[in-house]
Design a protein around this ligand. Structure first.
Ligand code: MN
Length: 338
């Protein structure tokens, strides 16, 4: 069975150094501060992950061989360059993209990637997309949720959404810690982290895009959500139902289509970090088999576990094939690798 994994992380040494500088500065975003030392590879466990993130070559390919992954679609890990000031963020996005393009060129059969952009500087982000958006192996864009508390539906980011639509580049909207405006109650009990806060933050980001009417303006824009859709497939009926009540009450603007229509037409989801048959079943039932893609979330999650889960999931063989590679090949234009 061919397997394409589409949410596979890396980082560059330059970004790690800038993270360290930012964390030692006077003003640190609370979510980034909470991630703290672990993000720099401080503890022994974090160190192993850290070394894997930095490896875009032989170690990564060997691990793919050992776990049966044919292709990794790489993306700059959260929070990437989104915690930096605009000038540094632009520079490090370019460096990171150049490194990524080099790595893909060395292993064109095995690696593809998503371009990093610095939303802090929307014009710079558009310039970067025009520079490398169609470089060999670049198949979309990574945005690690909020940028200093700002979300992509806000007017300053319109040129970025427009460019992604025009260039035919899907945006992988990847989670990070909740934004500074809402993180405080998440800081207790570790709730800011990947078990809960990440999905709340990223799900909110997706819902803001839908409710803002972004897909009226950019009907061909594609958004990819990890983690079985960050909970949204479970809520779709209630999202529509309560939206319609709010429209009736005059509390929100009526969109051209229902929120669930935009989710069905403009979004696909991936299995990253979720090895749970009921969640997989629900995702397939709600969205259809063509909208669920496989991802392992290397090196944060166990690829062995993700593969064992999907290999053994109670679905048809044609469904397994769609999730493992057919959908990814279509959505990310990876056909030449098949
Ligand atoms: Mn991830």
């Amino acid at each position: 069975m061919l397997r394409i994994a589409v949410e596979e992380a890396f980082v560059t040494q330059g970004i790690v150094e800038e993270w360290a500088r930012t964390l030692s500065g006077a003003e640190v975003e609370p979510g980034f501060r909470a991630m703290g030392a672990s993000i720099l590879g401080g503890s022994p466990g974090a160190k192993a992950v850290h070394e894997r993130l930095l490896d875009l070559g032989e170690g990564r390919i060997r691990h793919m061989d050992e776990t049966g992954i044919a292709v990794q679609l790489l993306s700059l890990t959260a929070p990437g360059i989104q915690v930096f000031e605009a000038v540094a963020a632009d520079r490090l996005a370019r460096e990171s993209n150049d490194l990524l393009i080099d790595a893909i060129a060395r292993h064109p059969e095995r690696l593809a990637g998503l371009a990093a952009i610095a939303p802090q500087d929307p014009e710079g982000a558009v310039r970067e997309l025009k520079r490398i958006g169609h470089a060999p192996g670049i198949k979309g864009v990574i945005v690690n949720s909020h940028t200093k508390g700002a979300y992509l539906d806000q007017p300053q980011f319109a040129p970025v959404l427009e460019a992604c639509e025009a260039l035919g580049l899907p945006i992988y909207l990847h989670p990070r810690e909740p934004s500074p405006q809402m993180i405080e109650p998440f800081l207790d009990y570790g709730l800011y982290f990947a078990g809960w806060g990440f999905a709340v933050e990223c799900g909110l980001h997706a819902m803001r895009l839908i409710m803002s009417g972004a897909f009226e303006r950019y009907p061909r824009l594609k958004i990819v959500l990890g983690h079985m859709g960050e909970g949204i497939p479970y809520w779709l009926q209630r999202i529509d139902n309560r939206y319609l009540l709010q429209v009736k009450l005059g509390a929100v603007r009526k969109l051209e289509k229902l929120p669930s229509d935009y989710f069905q037409e403009n979004f696909v989801i991936t299995t990253s970090g979720v090895c749970f048959q009921p969640a997989l079943r629900l995702a397939i039932d709600v969205l259809g088999i063509e909208k669920v893609l496989f991802a392992a979330d290397y090196p944060y999650e166990s690829v062995e576990e993700a593969v064992a889960f999907l290999d053994g999931a109670d679905i048809k063989e044609t469904e397994r094939e769609a999730i493992y590679w057919r959908n990814a090949a279509r959505i990310f234009d990876l056909g030449e690798r098949m």
